[in-house]
Write a protein of this length. Structure first.
Length: 99
């Protein structure tokens, strides 16, 4: 049975920081807060890249046109913006950004 509640586990490198359940229509940065993990933000609109982290496991839907704070190279390294992206299932996230 697939009744496991999807969660995001947050890490700094290999050190676990906290875990929180995914809340529908809630961006990753707010789920991080629920886990007691603070991810810095600035524009909260996908422009500045301040909230960049690295997706280690799982999937996050990217918009067809990448927000200005992301580019293909960063995405290839697992980079995701937590202020404006939403998880589609359980994920592991390293708060240390790629590159
Ligand atoms: S806070 Fe600026 S891109 Fe997320």
């Amino acid at each position: 049975m697939a009744d496991e509640t999807p969660v995001i586990r947050f890490f700094r490198g290999s050190r676990p920081l906290g875990t929180a359940r995914i809340v529908p229509d809630t961006p990753i940065v707010e789920i991080a807060e629920l886990a007691g993990v603070e991810i810095p933000t600035n524009c909260t609109a996908g422009n500045c890249g301040t909230c960049l982290v690295r997706l280690v496991r799982g999937r996050v839907d990217l918009p067809e046109e990448l927000p200005p704070g992301l580019d293909d190279d960063v995405v290839a390294e697992g980079g995701i913006l937590t202020c404006c992206l939403y998880p589609t299932g359980s994920c592991d996230i390293d708060v240390i950004p790629p590159l």
